[in-house]
Design a protein around this ligand. Structure first.
Ligand code: ADP
Ligand code: 5GP
Length: 208
């Protein structure tokens, strides 16, 4: 049977650069499947339905929760965000690596039910970078930015439950770090049980 794919989960403070890192990572590693989330937040300028998110109403979102169609979900700064279950399960079963870019509550929900998930947290070198990057992105009002920074402050104490951290200083270095994490995870002994068994058989054949 084909081995299941890796589930990579990228979270990080708002404005840390996780969306930018994941986008670049996917463009360089197009065998990795990116899960498209559902959200109740407004579409930003330049975003596309089904590419950045599925934009749905609060009622539609709650119906998906009730039907058990969400792999995980969370409320983040007055909106719902969630990962549709069917895509992720199918891709993992088929042996593809899947990446989710989701906030912390959702990531920790996944880790509790699926311990193999690999949790990666993105931070900037300095807190001030968050404010600068969010204002620089220009997609949120000053009030929403303040709420997102407040949320980041609450998230700090939970970073210890993550497996890896990426300090996003130079974008290209950060993308390489994400690739390194993926590569190292693929080299874990647990993924090589069949090869180890085969080598054992071959060795026994040689010595007998
Ligand atoms: P997030 O998804 O974590 O909220 P984004 O990926 O949208 O953050 O990045 C926030 C802003 O910071 C964007 O305008 C992006 O171009 C910029 N940015 C991302 N990475 C870096 C970096 N390493 N150095 C400087 N600016 C960055
Ligand atoms: P944004 O509004 O900036 O696109 O996203 C806000 C936050 O929601 C980010 O931290 C992003 O990672 C997170 N997010 C996006 N999709 C999901 C999802 O499906 N589930 C959860 N739990 N968080 C998500």
């Amino acid at each position: 049977m084909e081995e299941k794919g890796l589930l990579l989960i990228v979270s990080g403070f708002s404005g840390a650069g996780k969306g930018t890192i994941v986008k670049e990572f996917i463009s360089r590693n197009n065998d990795v499947r990116l899960s498209v989330s559902a959200t109740t937040r407004e579409k930003r300028q330049g975003e596309q339905e089904g590419v950045h998110y599925y934009y749905i109403s609060k009622d539609q979102f709650e119906n998906m929760i009730d039907r058990g169609d969400m792999f995980e979900y969370a409320s983040y700064v007055n909106n719902y965000y969630g990962t549709p279950k069917s895509f992720v399960m199918k891709q993992l079963e088929e042996g593809h690596d899947v990446i989710l870019e989701i906030e912390m509550q959702g990531a920790l929900q996944v880790k509790r039910m699926y311990d193999e998930a690999i949790l990666i947290f993105v931070v900037p070198p300095h807190a001030k970078d968050l404010e600068d990057r969010l204002f620089g992105r220009g997609t949120e009002t000053a009030e929403v930015i303040k709420n997102r920074l407040r949320r980041s402050c609450e998230e700090v104490d939970l970073i210890k439950y993550y497996d890896y951290i990426i300090v996003n200083d130079q974008l290209s270095d950060s993308v390489r770090m994400l690739e390194n994490i993926r590569n190292a995870e693929h080299l874990k002994v647990k993924h090589y049980e069949n090869l180890i068994d085969k080598l054992k058989g071959e060795l026994q054949g040689i010595i007998n």
